[in-house]
Design a protein around this ligand. Structure first.
Ligand code: SF4
Length: 345
């Protein structure tokens, strides 16, 4: 059975789709429709036969682009399509490709273009929900354990080797990763610089190097962290600013070498889950019950659980609607240091 999986959402969603890809690969070839950015993280993945890039906001915009991508999808010979993103556009894509079986969630757009709807189970992790798309009709099976997977290759590992060598990182040094960014402003915990200062001052983390992960746009956040850590311990090697210096799969390769990642509710959290890197996840306006918590074996979730305004948004608003932003401001560096100790000792 040849399958197609259509996932053109955010990076985290793509990573969380990998257990579904692995499940389907046990039954035949799996072709994936992905955005240009997300296509790159599927490189080397053994469950993926091919990736069809759908640049829905660029080269493949409009009906002409949809038809072009549909033709490429049809050429795979897929007999069934799983609409992991759940938009009308991806439903139209599978329909235009004339894939006989088209499966989506019962909450998704474009249902009239599909042939089967699967319940969107809000009690489950999103990776589980996606995995359940392949359940037979009426089957509500839940996997016992699930973790996403990524496969950084030689190129990505060489880039990490080069980065670490350039900063003189020794074999003995333990790496602690910090990922201070997020697309949504209220999801950016504001005390990473305080955390970095606390970690470099602590004897517990004496032979530890901090490394800051993120996109190029996160460089100002990284600069503030480097400045705070350097001011706290001028005699220690400064943190490594890796923002914008590695590909997404390169970031995964780096995370595989880290003792722990401290992150907001954002894409690096899911990269760490895929690499089974111990994770401290900071949730503010969103909550893990939405289905996007860490899946690494060792993880701590931090958040102001009793705050009555929380959660306030599915993704996280750009500004706090209450104006006080207590969900993030009231989480201290001391709280997070305790979280780090909880996963790495
Ligand atoms: S309303 Fe509450 S949960 Fe939402 S951003 Fe503000 S403090 Fe956080």
């Amino acid at each position: 059975m040849i399958s197609a999986v259509l996932q053109t959402s955010f990076l985290g969603d793509m990573v969380l789709t990998t257990p579904l890809l692995e499940r389907l690969a046990g039954e035949g070839l799996v072709h994936v429709v992905a955005t240009p950015a997300n296509a790159a993280v599927l490189a080397n993945h053994p469950a993926v036969a091919s990736v069809i890039v759908f640049d829905k906001r660029g080269a493949d915009r409009g009906i002409g682009g949809l038809r072009r991508v549909a033709a490429r999808l049809a050429a795979t010979g897929a007999q069934r399509a799983f609409l992991a993103q759940g938009s009308s556009r991806t439903a139209a894509l599978a329909w235009l490709a004339r894939i006989p079986e088209r499966v989506t969630f019962d909450t998704s757009g474009g249902q009239w273009l599909t042939t089967r709807r699967v319940p969107y189970d809000r009690t489950q992790h999103h990776a589980v929900r996606l995995w359940q798309l392949a359940n037979a009709p009426g089957d509500r099976t839940v996997p016992t354990a699930l973790r996403p997977s990524l496969y950084p290759g030689g190129t990505e590992n060489a880039a990490v080797d080069t980065l670490l060598a350039a900063h003189g990182v020794s074999e003995q040094e333990r790496l602690i990763a910090l990922a201070p960014g997020s697309v949504w402003a209220t999801k950016r915990w504001p005390s990473y610089a305080d955390l970095a200062a606390a970690l470099v001052r602590s004897h517990t983390y004496a032979s530890t190097r901090l490394v800051i992960l993120g996109a190029a746009g996160d460089a100002p956040l990284a600069a503030a962290i480097v400045q705070a850590a350097t001011a706290a311990r001028p005699d220690a090697p400064p943190p490594i600013d890796a923002t914008g210096k590695l590909s997404l799969l390169g970031s995964a390769a780096l995370l595989a070498r880290c003792a722990v990642l401290v992150t907001n509710d954002s894409a690096p959290l899911h990269l760490a889950s895929a690499m089974n890197t111990p994770t401290v996840a900071i949730f503010g306006p969103t909550i893990p019950a939405f289905g996007f918590g860490p899946l690494a074996e060792r993880a701590r979730i931090l958040g102001r659980e009793t705050l009555p305004c929380r959660p306030c948004h599915a993704h996280g608003p750009m500004q706090c609607p209450m104006g006080h932003w207590r969900c993030m401001r009231e989480l201290t560096a001391t709280d997070v240091v305790a979280g780090v100790a909880g996963v790495v000792g």
